[in-house]
Design a protein around this ligand. Structure first.
Ligand code: S3P
Length: 425
């Protein structure tokens, strides 16, 4: 599907509520599937990725009922049963990597498959540590499909080279069903939704800096209310900052400190964003954000900040085209392993609309401020975050841009365009 985006000349204004967090939605349904008892999950994501996790859990015997569009009643026996078919993770790396951790220690065999993009993504990062725990996994040269032969697992002490919440969560979930203690250490703290939710559901888990230890535990079913996704809010934050004459309020945004890198980067760039009404919902910080058009300046984004904003880097690149001076993103080489090679994709597409952006091995360098020209077709590489970032760029291009493959937005954020339309008068 092709989407034409026109320049916004009047500014964005109004209030919107940010829809459900994708990362937390995955975890809510997966953890409920291994916790015994009934529970209600409120504000489950409408994105295709979390629905891949839901379908995988259903194929493993989970009893679910939608009470309305986003409320699920779960009735779980706390044990999974052997699936009759291969488990389809669709486009979702989180589904495949976290489910591999749950399935490795079961007393049955299973197969995880994914779409074309997911089948190209690296799985060595989970197969290696899971194998050290005693898992038996056959793969296609460390890529999907993954044939998982259920096995008894042992705890390990694992020092990860990557700061990855998917790898960490996979190993912690395997550790939940392993003999002894499993300790996972990462170079920087990646998002910690798994640790928070496992603790809330009664797991024997301890956190010490960048290390997390877990022991065999039974989870207790508990109600979960999911907050809005800061990674979805990021497109509105960026647009609110760079579309002239904008003032918008984004409600119910998850503000877990392992996810708020976009706010830290925006602050370094001189952005005017206010946090209103901060509270905690189901163990996660939440607040409303008030965003005003701001004069931005370039900054350097690197090191421990990277995992806190890894999914926001494409839209931060768009923001940086409107910042005075140089914005340097480094230490982000893992961006090449996302739904697309996001470094190459962002650089190629932003160059087409005349951004001054250079590719580096582990990021990019952008010089601003640039008048983006538009008047061209741009590509999404089957990547939802590319599609949404280019939409934001389109709002400030001199001439309309045509985004090919815009339908990929529904992977994480089907409400995206309606919400944007509601802010444009
Ligand atoms: C996610 C973790 C991140 C992120 C992905 C979702 C998660 O990946 O990019 O969109 O839910 O744990 P990595 O942990 O592999 O960096």
């Amino acid at each position: 599907m092709q989407k034409i985006v026109n320049k916004n000349s009047n500014g964005l204004s109004g209030n919107i509520t940010i829809p459900s967090d994708k990362s937390i939605s995955h975890r809510a349904v997966m953890f409920a599937s291994i916790a015994k008892g009934n529970c209600i999950i409120k504000n489950f994501s409408k994105g295709k990725d979390p629905h891949s996790s839901l379908n995988v859990c259903k194929n493993l015997g989970l009893d679910t009922e939608f009470l309305d569009e986003t409320t699920i009643k779960i009735n779980s026996k706390g044990i999974l049963i052997q699936p009759q078919t291969a488990l389809d993770c669709g486009n979702s790396g989180t589904t495949m990597r976290l489910m591999a951790g749950i399935l490795a220690g079961q007393n049955f065999d299973s197969t995880l498959v994914g779409d074309l993009s997911l089948s190209k993504r690296p799985m060595k990062r989970i197969i290696e540590p899971l194998s050290l725990m005693g898992a038996n996994i056959k793969s296609n040269e460390f890529k999907a499909p993954l044939n998982i032969f259920g096995n008894r697992l042992n705890g390990i002490i694992y020092n990860s080279k990557l700061a990855s919440a998917q790898v960490k969560s996979c190993i912690l979930l395997a550790g939940l069903n392993a003999e002894g203690i499993t300790t996972f250490t990462e170079p920087y703290t990646s998002r910690d939704h798994t640790e928070r939710m496992l603790k809330y559901m009664g797991a024997n888990i301890n956190i010490n800096g960048n290390s997390v230890s877990i022991q065999k535990s039974e989870l207790e079913a508990k109600p979960i209310e999911i907050c809005g996704d800061i990674s979805s809010a990021a497109f509105f934050i960026a647009a609110g900052l760079i579309v002239p004459n904008s003032k918008i309020i984004l409600k119910n945004v998850g503000l877990n400190p392992t996810r708020t890198g976009i706010l830290e980067a925006a602050k370094m760039m001189g952005a005017d964003i206010k946090i209103l009404d901060k509270k905690t919902i189901s163990g996660e910080e939440v607040g409303d954000l008030e965003v005003f058009t701001s004069g931005l300046k370039g900054c350097t984004i690197e090191g421990e900040l990277i995992p806190k904003l890894i999914d926001e880097l494409p839209v931060i690149a768009v923001m940086a085209t409107q910042a005075e001076g140089e914005t340097v993103v480094k230490d982000a080489q893992d961006l090449r392993n996302k739904e697309s090679d996001r470094i190459k994709a962002v650089v190629t597409e932003l160059k087409k609309i005349r951004a001054d952006i250079q590719e580096t091995p582990d990021g990019f360098i952008i010089s601003g401020k640039t008048n983006l020209k538009g008047g061209v077709e741009v590509e999404t590489y089957h990547d939802h975050r590319l599609a949404m970032s280019l939409y934001v760029a389109g709002l400030i291009c001199e001439k309309p841009i045509s985004i090919n493959g815009f339908e990929w937005v529904s992977i994480s954020f089907p409400e995206f365009e309606n919400l944007f339309t509601s802010l444009q008068s």
